[in-house]
Design a protein around this ligand. Structure first.
Ligand code: NAD
Length: 260
């Protein structure tokens, strides 16, 4: 299936985890890609892996921190200069921060989580949407979390930032649907990426695998999700076929967020 053939898609946080899985899925569907990440070494590795598997991919990779407004403006400009347009935007880069009770949370880490997860997503929307408006077409997928639907113990800034992502998604849909733009968010549950592996280390440094197994028991599916399972949904939301779903936050969590 090549629903993304010749579509130009920007993916932030593309060097690993959910971003990389979606980059691979989009490349398999013959999209042109701009890959953004602030981890230069991992971004290079991701680029090599994609081009080995899909050598025909037109690919621009840019080392950039999404929490810097000028940097975001620049990656959008470079994408338009290279590919002429932006059809899809996977606004994915994010961090978890540290886990701590609300009143003990380190303020500097709190601000860093907000700068990346909230402001980084906002800067992306601010500079990508005008390009899509001019084209009268665009597909935006912001990455929230089940932490953007519910509370998560000891993760106050993460939960605050992900609720904000879900809120901004609704506003983007309301304000720009008339320009042929859809904006949706995904709310992944626990998906086995490097970020989640690190969370299990924080929960049980001596035996992170035991923390993972215990966590999976509370999921109706009795397992964690895979990045590839998320990537399939993202590819649909980035495609022309997703023309009348707008402003939604879609849980991808094996059913867990329905649990009382
Ligand atoms: P990850 O840590 O495995 O990968 C994130 C990537 O984003 C890394 O390559 C990292 O270098 C990059 N990145 C982080 N901050 C950046 C910045 N400021 N500028 C540019 N690049 C930056 O994480 P992941 O699990 O793939 O998570 C991706 C997104 O999905 C995040 O927004 C995360 O909050 C969200 N999410 C993940 C899960 C999960 O279970 N994995 C669940 C819910 C939501």
């Amino acid at each position: 299936m090549s629903n993304l053939k010749n579509k130009t898609i920007i993916i932030t946080g593309a060097a690993m985890g959910l971003g990389l899985a979606s980059a691979i899925e989009c490349a398999s569907q013959e999209a042109n890609l701009t890959l953004i990440d602030f981890n230069e070494a991992s971004l290079k590795k991701a680029e090599t892996a994609i081009l080995e598997k899909f050598p025909q991919t037109k690919l621009l990779s840019i080392v950039a921190d999404v929490s810097s407004e000028d940097t975001v403006k620049s990656y959008v400009e470079q994408t338009v200069k290279t590919f002429g347009r932006i059809d899809g935007f996977y606004n994915n880069a994010g961090i978890e921060g540290r886990q701590a009770p609300m009143t003990e949370y380190d303020i500097d880490i709190f601000k860093k989580v907000i700068d990346i997860n909230l402001m980084g997503v906002y800067y992306g929307l601010r500079y990508v949407i005008p390009v899509m408006q001019d084209q009268k077409y665009g597909r935006i997928v912001n990455v929230a979390s089940v932490g953007g639907i519910r509370g998560v113990m000891n993760q106050t800034p993460y939960v605050a930032s992900k609720h904000a992502v879900s809120g901004m998604t609704k506003n983007a849909a309301l304000e720009y649907a008339k320009f042929g733009i859809t904006a949706n968010a995904i709310a992944p549950g626990a998906i086995l990426t490097p970020m989640v592996a690190e969370a299990f280390v924080q929960l049980n440094a001596a035996d992170p695998k035991a923390a993972e197994t215990e966590y999976a028991q509370s999921n109706p599916s009795k397992r964690l999700g895979l990045p590839e399972e998320v990537a399939k949904v993202v590819a649909f939301l980035l495609s022309e076929d997703c023309s009348y779903i707008n402003g939604q936050t879609i849980a991808i969590d094996g059913g867990q967020s329905n649990s009382y």
